[in-house]
Design a binder for this molecule. Structure first.
Ligand SMILES: *[C@@H]1O[C@H](CO)[C@@H](O)[C@H](O)[C@H]1NC(C)=O
Ligand SMILES: *[C@@H]1O[C@H](CO)[C@@H](O)[C@H](O)[C@H]1NC(C)=O
Length: 548
């Protein structure tokens, strides 16, 4: 079972895996993170927790770390946001505890046996050495690492009242924090796969304020940069990383350049536990995406890279609020082509909130860390794992691809004889979206049109009628709608065999019970090279003398 899943994943993602090549360190140029040659590197990370009570990377009682690193790669990630608690580096007696001692004091004897079996080389290492060993193992597998200071006192994070939230809290002394960051930056100076440091996760709580943010964040950024000039310095906003709006009014002054990245988080519960089920999903998506653009997304237009350090859902599909949010999120993340880190890798925790072996439904790995918990979820995020555009990547002229967040697929087709359908975004058809509202296959005169509801859409050269003029309607702006000859509006949708059809536009507004996401598409700017499918289309059109 596990083996067949892994093989399937390897097959699905082999193209991504083979294209990994790192030319480090990373730096920034306007809103992009680039490698040493100036070519864009898109951070497609997964969070790996090592900040909980045992202070060891989760899962090492279940699988060897090298196996986990290879699974991370086979699922298409190129990077890990690796969490650590401040006290690992500021409390010498904690740092010196061996892995065995750390688990023993917590009574986690079964985990000790598991670690002994799967990762015997670390069982008697001090916790800080064990952390370094995991970073090395990721490096051996070409996985980049962002060291994320997740909390001070080891344990599950985060709440407003956990006293780890903001400068001056019981467990958050700013001077101690800067000392810890400096030590960590120094410790990993020269470790090439450590490409960034996220200085503090989710600032929050009753003490949070903009003045203290400006007082301590630049100071910490300077300290980290002096200790380790190679790493990207990643800064989080207020209110659980939801608010970076203040940067607009007061730009950050730093002595160094080309290393600063901002971080934001975005979950389905970020705007309230039931936001997405209490209202029409198009209206919520429009509202929440606008809020995100105002508080964080605007930064890319101001020339700063923005890293979504956490997003994710319950991958069992049981949480409707999360299911609705993720389609909206994936649309925005594709459109802005953001760097990101999925929460989370862990299939289960040694212990969380007092529960030994807690199953993590947000985990991309299954309970035993053997394979993907939900391969359709991995499929959905795979389109976002490689860059759509950015410096050094212009293999094709700028065009649009039509992305379908519900499946993670794009509009393409096998050949001219086949109908348009969803397929891997690596095979996406290149489109132009003209001012006349035509969706034209790039480099041709062929535009998309619909003849009837519930029928396949087609390509043709009569592009002036309403049935080939596509408007982005609804608050989410993700419905693509045209009018049939009888004047009736229809929307792009997907049939059960994945062919692209039109249907009556659904759930446009008001109704909160229905789910529009099969009709949600996003026009995404891309310079990804056109595929074999695209080239063969162009060749056959040239053959017929139809290319304008
Ligand atoms: C340091 O760590 C040890 C071991 O976990 C703990 O007993 C002690 O309370 C910690 N000290 C501080 C100041 O947090
Ligand atoms: C995977 O996710 C889909 C979509 O949410 C859901 O329908 C399905 O039941 C999930 N599969 C598993 C194995 O959890």
């Amino acid at each position: 079972m596990a083996t067949s899943t892994s093989i399937l994943l390897l097959f699905l993602f082999s193209s991504v895996v083979t294209s990994l090549s790192l030319s480090l360190p990373l730096s920034t140029t306007s809103r992009w993170i680039v490698d040493d040659t100036g070519r864009r590197v898109k951070l497609a990370c997964v969070n790996w927790a090592s900040h909980m009570e045992p202070v060891l990377a989760e899962g090492l009682s279940k699988q060897p770390m090298d196996t986990i690193a290879k699974r991370i790669v086979s699922m298409g990630f190129n990077c890990v946001r690796f969490t650590w608690p401040l006290y690992l580096i500021t409390n010498d007696s904690l740092a010196a505890l061996t892995v065995r001692q750390s688990f023993k004091r917590l009574g986690l004897l079964e985990s000790i046996a598991g670690i002994q079996a799967n990762n015997p080389s670390i069982i008697d290492l001090p916790l800080i050495k064990a952390y370094q060993t995991v970073v090395s193992s990721l490096g051996e597998n070409n996985v980049m690492v962002i060291l994320d200071n997740h909390i001070s006192k080891p344990g599950w994070c985060c709440s407003n009242l956990d006293d780890n939230g903001f400068f001056g809290d019981k467990y958050f002394n700013p001077d101690q924090w800067i000392t810890g960051l400096t030590r960590m930056a120094t410790l990993f100076n020269g470790v090439t796969n450590v490409v960034g440091m996220s200085l503090r996760n989710e600032p929050r709580g009753p003490k949070q304020n903009v003045n203290d943010w400006y007082k301590y964040m630049p100071k910490a950024a300077e300290a980290v940069h002096s200790a380790n000039p190679n790493v990207l310095v990643i800064l989080s906003g207020l209110s659980f990383d939801r608010d970076l709006s203040f940067i607009q009014n007061q730009p950050l002054k730093l002595t160094f350049s080309r290393k600063l990245v901002f971080e934001a988080h975005w979950y389905g519960f970020s705007d309230g536990q039931t936001t997405w089920v209490d209202d029409n999903p198009n209206q919520v998506c429009g509202r929440v995406a606008t809020y995100m653009m105002r508080t964080a997304g605007y930064l890319v237009d101001q020339g700063y890279p923005l890293f979504i350090g956490e997003f994710g859902i319950d991958q069992s599909g049981a949480n409707v609020n999360g299911n609705r949010y993720i389609s909206c999120f994936l649309g925005v993340a594709a459109e802005l082509d953001l760097d990101w880190a999925l929460w989370t890798l862990a299939g289960s925790y040694y212990v969380r909130d007092g529960v030994v072996g807690l199953n993590e439904y947000y985990g991309v790995l299954d309970y035993n860390w053997c394979g993907a918990r939900n391969s359709s979820f991995v499929q959905r995020i795979s389109a976002l794992q490689s860059p759509f555009r950015g410096p050094g990547l212009s293999e094709a002229k700028p065009h649009k691809v039509i992305f379908h967040p519900l499946t993670g697929l794009c509009i393409t087709r096998k050949s001219l004889l086949h109908p348009l359908r969803l397929g891997p975004c690596t095979d996406a058809y290149p489109w132009s979206y003209l001012p006349e509202k035509n969706l034209v296959v790039k480099g041709t005169r062929f535009c998309l049109h619909t003849d009837a509801s519930e029928k396949s859409v087609k390509l043709g050269i009569l592009c002036s009628n309403s049935n080939s003029k596509w408007e982005t309607i609804s608050d989410s702006k993700m419905h693509l709608s045209a009018k049939l000859r009888d004047g009736k509006s229809v929307c792009l949708d997907v049939a059960s065999d994945n062919t692209i059809i039109t249907k009556e536009c659904k759930c446009i507004s008001k109704d909160k019970t229905c789910d529009p996401s099969s009709q949600w598409f996003k026009l995404v700017d891309s310079t990804r090279s056109s595929t074999r499918v695209g080239r063969s289309l162009l060749q056959s059109l040239h053959g017929k003398g139809l290319v304008g």
